[in-house]
Write a protein that binds this ligand. Structure first.
Ligand SMILES: C[S@@+](CC[C@H](N)C(=O)[O-])C[C@H]1O[C@@H](n2cnc3c(N)ncnc32)[C@H](O)[C@@H]1O
Length: 271
């Protein structure tokens, strides 16, 4: 599948997606994954940042509120329109534009850092997107991105529950099966039955890569892993938002921070 075709699916989701996420229906994002991502960021005050696959911009705004000067790109024009409207309503100095992550419209070395919240996994060629992110980073810059966890969110995942309905295990399968653009239909789990019946389901092209494929793609893009975080709900959060309780068994997301490889090379010991 070409990025443009995947982008058309996201464009088709953008109106409903924006309405649901702004109504707080993406509990994994708002309660667990984004707070973990933001907590993992190094200091970014005053730095120039790019958010890749920014969607309607909630996470771009969160990063801007930490003091960075942000730009955001997304392939779906409707997401960018909603992100721009939010910027007009509450200016944070964010510039948005429609662009494909695999062909970023920026000069090499334009940014101190880049973020990609749950977007690289939705692209047909994440290797190219990683290489593009690397290209637009200044020397010493970093890319921090989150993806569905390759090991615990492969093509098959089923939460197993006890008689009380509490999650106790997660069944996974199809890890080594190639999934390259199969279109899945789904709703946020938090929607009521009536809401599901009256909303258009999302249609998202699914691309599954194994953990070793992600690590190889990072290496080929010239990026070296600096830190990994696997968000896990605290007991308090799991009690308050039971939907995320399954992340106390195994993680749903993986957050990676990487830097251009040369920055992590050990110093040359020769005099
Ligand atoms: C799961 S959503 C995440 C949105 C946002 N980052 C957030 O956390 O709310 C994935 C996003 O990736 C975008 N996307 C998919 N393919 C893309 C591409 N090739 N270039 C740029 N954005 C892309 C989609 O339009 C969508 O906004």
């Amino acid at each position: 599948m070409e990025a443009s075709e995947a982008g058309r699916y996201w464009e088709g989701n953008a109106e409903t997606w924006t309405r649901h996420v702004r109504a707080g229906r993406d509990v994994y994002r708002d309660a667990l994954n984004s707070p973990a991502f933001l907590a993992m960021l190094p200091p970014i005050e005053g730095l120039q940042g790019l958010d890749i696959g920014c969607g309607e911009g909630a996470n771009t705004r969160a990063v801007a509120r930490l003091g960075a000067r942000m730009q955001g790109i997304d392939i779906a024009p409707t997401f960018i329109r909603h992100a721009q409207s939010a910027e007009e309503a509450e200016p944070l100095g964010i510039a948005y534009r429609v662009a494909d992550a695999a062909a970023l419209p920026f000069e090499a070395g334009a940014f101190d850092f880049a973020t990609a919240f749950m977007s690289l996994m939705d692209m047909p060629d994440p290797g190219r997107a990683l290489a593009e992110a690397r290209r637009v980073l200044k020397p010493g810059g970093f890319l921090q991105f989150s993806i569905l966890h390759p090991c615990f969110m492969p093509p098959h995942r089923k939460v197993l529950r006890d008689a009380k309905g509490d999650a106790w295990a997660v069944e996974v399968g199809g890890y080594f099966g190639a999934v390259d653009g199969a279109v899945q239909q789904w709703h946020f789990e938090t929607l009521s039955t009536e809401e599901k019946a009256s909303s258009r389901p999302f249609q998202t092209p699914r691309f599954h890569r194994t953990l070793s494929q992600w690590v190889d793609a990072l290496g080929q893009a010239g990026l070296a892993i600096e830190r990994l975080v696997e968000p896990c709900a605290s007991p308090e959060l799991a009690a308050a938002e039971p939907i995320v309780a399954d992340t106390r068994i195994v993680p749903l997301a993986l957050i990676v921070r990487a830097r251009p490889s040369a920055c992590l090379d050990p110093p040359d010991p020769r005099p």
